[in-house]
Ligand binder design. Structure first.
Ligand code: ATR
Length: 272
């Protein structure tokens, strides 16, 4: 039986993951399939078990199932424990379920791909939800001078900063207390989804700074449209998507796919 992989989500129809992993598989000549699977909101664990019973060897997990996936693992990576979320499930030889999260590595690899320096830099992260929790450990591992987490609900940013304070210099608070300039500003809020802009103060960007939106779409997000005229260099989350997929693929198949050609393909599929 061919090894089966998939991405679980709800909704899942527009997922780019089957395209990405299909490219990785043909590029590295892996005999495998990768599909998009819609799971019922209250039925993730059952959907996963049925998948494994039919030859499933691993899966990616996206909204809203990253916490459900975290809960069903027998073994968790250190970074998944910190993130309290799992985006990659692996069925071990003994049938045990191993959970990891590759989102944060995906972000850091994408930044490296674009030669965005983090060591010694001031980094602002907007948002304090699950998406941000998933990137803080790999981000702090790059030794930035300081990470500031700013959120609409200031308490959540403060709590997040406390939870990661042993890993580096990190502070949390509300948007109003943010003081620039920053070398890298990462939007990890879900505001872009609804076309909204977090209420950000002026003068956030240092000379030559980068603005990074973890979201992407067929046109630049509201955050990037706001940052561009202020002189920031712009990146959206498409590269992060490809890099987190590459890391998951590596965990499953022990082969590292090449990502540049897949980035190009995906950008073309977005049509801008
Ligand atoms: P995700 O998994 O995408 O992180 P989440 O855990 O629900 O989703 O977190 C959403 C994040 O986006 C939160 O930081 C949220 O701010 P609050 O904690 O104050 O709710 C933020 N967010 C969502 N819509 C926003 C908006 N319109 N302006 C600013 N922040 C927003």
């Amino acid at each position: 039986m061919t090894d089966r992989y998939c991405v679980f989500g709800n909704p899942i129809k527009h997922s780019k993951s089957p395209l990405i992993h299909g490219e990785f598989a043909s590029q590295t000549q892996q005999a495998m399939t990768y599909t998009a699977e819609l799971a019922p909101v209250e039925g993730f664990a059952d959907a996963w078990r049925a998948f494994v019973a039919h030859g499933g060897r691993g899966a990616n997990v996206t909204v809203p199932f990253k916490s459900d996936a975290f809960a069903l693992c027998d073994t968790l990576s250190q970074r998944a424990k910190r993130a309290q979320a799992v985006n990659t499930l692996i069925v071990g030889g003994n049938g045990r379920i191993y959970g990891d999260t590759t989102d944060g590595v995906g972000l850091v690899r994408d930044l490296a791909y674009h030669r965005v320096a983090l060591a010694g830099k001031r980094v602002l992260v907007l948002g304090a939800g699950g998406a941000v929790r998933g990137i803080l450990e790999p981000l702090l591992a790059e030794n930035p001078r300081e990470v500031v987490v700013a959120n609409r609900t200031a308490d959540k940013a403060e709590q997040l900063a406390e939870a990661f304070a042993d890993l580096g210099s990190i502070q949390g608070g509300g948007f109003v207390s943010v003081e620039g300039p920053f070398d890298v500003v990462i939007n990890g809020t879900s505001a872009s989804l609804s076309g909204e802009l977090p209420p950000l103060p002026e003068a956030l960007f240092a000379e030559g700074a980068w603005a990074y939106d973890m979201m992407y779409g067929s046109e630049p997000t509201v955050f990037l449209q706001w940052a561009g005229p202020q002189g920031a260099k712009l990146l959206d989350g498409l590269g992060m998507l490809v890099e987190q997929a590459a890391e998951s693929f590596f965990l499953w198949r022990n082969v590292r796919p090449e990502t540049a050609s897949v980035r190009t393909l995906l950008r073309q599929s977005l049509n801008y």
